[in-house]
Design a protein around this ligand. Structure first.
Ligand SMILES: O=C[C@H](O)COP(=O)(O)O
Length: 254
């Protein structure tokens, strides 16, 4: 049985006071980490403060991106060793917004996955198709390509601890959600791909999230599906009450 994982992605929202207020309000209301992994991926400048607030609670803190080098002349970037030095637990890698607006390549994402692992940071690796690709029947080919490239060169033992987030780009921030059946189909396809590449144990243990307009109203149906182990949530993770409802639903599904 895979433990559900709900990760909020705050993207470039919230000022400092709002971020602190949110974390202080939720920290003692997070369901037990035995039942669900509850994560907030915040803007980099808030991470040390949020990690402090979350210490000794069941809330985990993640970054939204990082470089793959540990140090160097890379103005504006944050490194894996820097994130590890402030005890960040997770990092989102290859989000479609990073791929589209910041030219992030599959090769760079693959290096970032390796860097995250070597620092004990769990990568949440994003994949997903555009509306054009969906309409052209290319969803499966697209996610297989992205997942294969992101996981290239790793061992089964490493892959099983990773998280993959299937996020159809047309469903992000649009209010359009993939049907639970469609989302489950693609997540199942990703699991099958992991199995072909890394074997049965990795496929069985890797957690696969769905992302794209996930809300308290649709989380239960999504989580009831065999291959959906959680959600990567944008908009609905910004409000305390909706974030907590998502966690509650996941903890009851565990
Ligand atoms: O990382 C989160 C996704 O981009 C989904 O965002 P959304 O829940 O606002 O559609």
């Amino acid at each position: 049985m895979r433990k559900p994982i709900i990760a909020g992605n705050w993207k470039m929202y919230k000022n400092f006071d709002e971020a602190v207020e949110f974390a202080e309000e939720v920290r003692d209301k997070i369901p037990s980490a035995d039942k669900v992994d509850s994560v907030i991926c915040a803007p980099a400048i808030y991470l040390p403060t949020l990690v402090d607030i979350a210490t000794e609670t069941d809330l985990a803190i993640g970054a939204q991106n990082m470089h793959y080098e540990n140090e160097g002349a890379f103005t504006g970037e944050v490194s894996p060793s820097q994130l590890a030095s402030i005890y960040v637990d997770y990092v989102i890698l290859g989000h479609s917004e990073r791929r589209e607006y910041f030219n992030e390549t599959d090769e760079a994402i693959n290096k970032k996955v390796g860097a995250a692992l070597s620092h004990g940071i769990v990568p949440i690796i994003c994949c997903g198709e555009t509306l054009e690709e969906k309409e052209a029947g290319k969803t499966e080919a697209k996610v297989v390509y992205q997942v294969t490239k992101a996981l290239e060169g790793f061992k089964s033992e490493e892959v099983k601890h990773m998280v993959i987030a299937y996020e159809p780009i047309w469903a992000i921030g649009t209010g359009k959600t993939a049907t639970a059946e469609d989302a489950n189909h693609v997540c199942g396809f990703i699991r099958k791909t992991v199995g072909q590449l890394f074997g049965h144990d990795a496929a069985n243990e890797i957690r696969i999230q769905y992302g794209g307009s996930v809300k308290p109203e649709n989380i239960e149906e999504l989580l009831s599906k065999e291959h959906i182990d959680g959600a990567l949530v944008g908009g609905a993770s910004l409000e305390v009450s909706s974030y907590l409802k998502l966690l509650e639903a996941a903890s009851q599904n565990a």
